[in-house]
Ligand binder design. Structure first.
Ligand SMILES: Cc1cc2nc3c(=O)[nH]c(=O)nc-3n(C[C@H](O)[C@H](O)[C@H](O)COP(=O)(O)OP(=O)(O)OC[C@H]3O[C@@H](n4cnc5c(N)ncnc54)[C@H](O)[C@@H]3O)c2cc1C
Length: 206
């Protein structure tokens, strides 16, 4: 697909809009739940499933049923379970597994993360010379810019555009990502911190 089209994304888009062999579908290629994936946790918590939100796993050890998780908090409550699934960042998983699975912990420690700052704007749609198309843009590292990516959130998530239109009509939502201060990436960057990219639409002279 990438050979036939200008990029993999445009090939996916062409397929989804019916030019290729994939099923026809219009709109952004992204999909999520209305309200974002956090709404799954909220729905489960509302159904009073056995779910502890806002509780940190303090430590993990072998227990009578297989595993034993000690939770943060005054009593240091223990939860015995048959299996554990770690869905936390790699460095935290490495800390939890350091005693019981040192080899896995060593591999997890090798996984690097970039620390990002995310800035969200709700801009007047009239500030743009024409409506934004697409779902955003990525900035290649070689460009030497601080910003790494921008998402046209209103285009990417139609439910968000509807919510924003309800509380603040005429605005469009943008999110920009940049390495956060103190992250290794920011420290290596030589770009000035207010060096924003040219917008991907024609601009009129000031
Ligand atoms: C700027 C930006 C834009 C993105 N845009 C998109 C997008 O448009 N679409 C997309 O699909 N993805 C996007 N992503 C990627 C997406 O956000 C991540 O892939 C996703 O959030 C990873 O989910 P996760 O559950 O694996 O980890 P996380 O969301 O990092 O969740 C880890 C959880 O573990 C918890 N935790 C940590 N330690 C412990 C502990 N000891 N005990 C208990 N809990 C603990 C944390 O509190 C956290 O809730 C984007 C990422 C960034 C940075």
């Amino acid at each position: 697909m990438a050979r036939r089209d200008r990029s993999l994304m445009s090939a996916v888009h062409a397929n989804l809009s019916g030019r290729g062999s994939a099923p026809t579908r219009s709109g952004p290629v992204f999909a999520s739940l209305r309200g974002g994936v956090a709404s799954v946790v909220e729905a489960l918590a509302a159904r009073q499933e056995d779910l502890r939100t806002g509780t940190r796993a303090h430590s993990l050890e072998r227990g009578p049923r297989g595993w034993s998780v000690r939770l943060d908090g005054a009593g240091g409550e223990r939860v015995d379970c048959d299996a554990v699934l770690l869905a936390c960042p790699a460095a935290e998983a490495a800390r939890l597994l350091a005693d019981t699975e040192p080899e896995a912990a060593r591999d997890l420690r090798r996984i690097e993360y970039a620390s990002m700052a995310l800035v969200t704007f709700a801009l007047p749609a009239s500030a743009f010379p024409r409506p934004l198309t697409g779902t955003g843009f990525l900035v290649p590292a070689g460009e030497g810019l601080t910003i790494k990516a921008a998402t046209f959130s209103s285009n990417k998530w139609p439910w968000l555009a509807q919510e924003l239109g309800r509380v603040n009509p005429g605005r469009t939502c943008w999110s920009c990502a940049a390495p956060s201060a103190g992250s290794g990436t920011a420290a290596r960057s030589t770009a000035p911190t207010r060096n924003w990219p040219r917008p991907p639409w024609p601009t009129s002279p000031a």
